[in-house]
Every structure is written in structure tokens, then in C-alpha cells.
Design a protein around this ligand. Structure first.
Ligand code: PRP
Length: 196
């Protein structure tokens, strides 16, 4: 376990910090370097998945911009899907809530996610976007939580492997709370109600 990188006190609903700001920044840097290597001289569209990926998308885009050798231009777009609702476990249902504004056909696209858990969201997005004939379609996730994988899907770029805990912060929520924390932490078990 680790500690917040800043002097900020740990939120009282949290048990411990799993990844602090410095560890997240290093993982984002690593994702940017991997994406840069695979897109040298080409335009790339980073496609963030709302809402959890907002911080990853923002930080990753700024790391990627200007990396040499790297992409010619970095474009941004957003989609919104939902799989968790307000429960502490995935429901298994993925719904498209907001589509992209850019056309996908003929572009090099990287889906940007905060986390892959059961894999249904990434599997759904891969199928949806592949059908639009991108030149290439890859995926970058900050956190890989491989313990409850249902869909046989892997991210192309992974920042950190995550323990099998209920985690929040840096975009990840519980009932829409804690997304704005700059670190990723374990939620205290008494805070969330688990139906199982
Ligand atoms: C989370 C996360 C991923 C998805 C991953 O989104 O941001 O999109 O779950 O889970 P899976 O691999 O089990 O499908 P969520 O649906 O909670 O919405 P949010 O991003 O708005 O929090």
C-alpha cells in the first residue's frame, strides 16, 4: 500500500491508497510512450469513454502530444457508455449513451479507458467501432482488473494491474462520488453495500 503523493489527507471513506499521483503519472507516461511508438508519423484519435476516463484521457493526451518519435497529430473525442449503474458490481449490460463526433472510418483510433474489469464494455466498444472500418483500433486502459473477466478481450496498452478490491478515485466512482480524487484508493467495505 502507498500514500498520497501530496500533503492532502486521505478521504475518511477510504481504507488506503493503492496508486498515488506519482504512480499514476508514471503509468500514464508509459501508456503514452507505447502509443507513440505504434503511431509514429500518423494521426491518432484518442477516444475517451465517459465518465471514468476523463482524467486518463486528459493526462494521456498531454503526455502524448510532442513525444518524439510519435504521432503527427493527436485528436480527441468522447463516447459515453454505462455498465455499472450505481451498483458495486458490473451488471453485465452495456448501453451506448453518447456517440463520437468524429467519423471513425479510415482513422487510427485508440480507445481510452480508466479500467477493464469484466471486459464487457471494451468488448462492446471493439465490436461497435470495428464495424465503422477504422484503419486501426487499439485500446489503452490505466487499470487492468483481470479477476472477473467474462469477455475474452485484452487491452493493447495497460498502465497498472489492479488488486481485486473496490476502488475509487482518478475518475472511478461509487455512486458518482470520489471521481475527483487525484489518487486511486480502496473504498472502506462498510461504505458500499454488496448484494452478494
Ligand atoms: C466503468 C469503466 C469502464 C467499465 C469497465 O464505467 O469506466 O468503462 O466500467 O467495466 P467492465 O470491463 O466490467 O465492462 P461505468 O459503466 O462504471 O461508467 P462510468 O465510466 O461513467 O463510471
Amino acid at each position: 500500500m502507498t500514500t498520497p503523493a501530496s500533503a492532502r489527507a486521505l478521504h475518511p471513506d477510504l481504507e488506503c491508497v493503492l496508486f498515488n499521483e506519482a504512480e499514476i503519472a508514471a503509468a500514464i507516461r508509459s501508456l503514452a510512450e507505447q502509443i507513440a511508438r505504434d503511431h509514429v508519423g500518423h494521426d491518432v484519435l484518442l477516444l475517451g469513454v465517459l465518465k471514468g476516463a476523463v482524467h486518463v484521457l486528459s493526462d494521456l493526451a498531454r503526455e502524448l502530444d510532442g513525444l518524439k518519435p510519435g504521432p503527427a497529430r493527436v485528436y480527441l473525442d468522447l463516447m459515453a457508455v454505462s455498465s455499472y449503474g450505481n451498483a458495486s458490481r458490473s451488471s453485465g449490460e452495456v448501453r451506448l449513451i453518447q456517440d463520437t463526433t468524429h467519423a471513425i472510418e479510415g482513422r487510427r483510433v485508440v480507445i481510452v479507458e480508466d479500467i477493464i474489469d469484466n471486459g464487457l464494455t471494451l468488448s462492446y466498444l471493439n465490436a461497435l467501432l470495428s464495424a465503422r472500418k477504422p484503419l486501426s483500433l487499439r485500446s489503452a486502459v490505466l487499470l487492468d482488473k483481470p479477476y472477473r473477466r467474462i469477455a475474452g478481450v485484452k487491452a493493447d496498452y495497460v498502465g497498472l494491474t489492479c488488486p481485486d478490491e473496490f476502488i475509487v478515485g482518478y475518475g472511478l466512482d461509487y455512486q458518482e462520488r470520489y471521481r475527483t480524487l487525484p489518487y486511486i484508493a480502496k473504498l472502506r467495505p462498510d461504505i458500499f453495500s454488496d448484494p452478494e
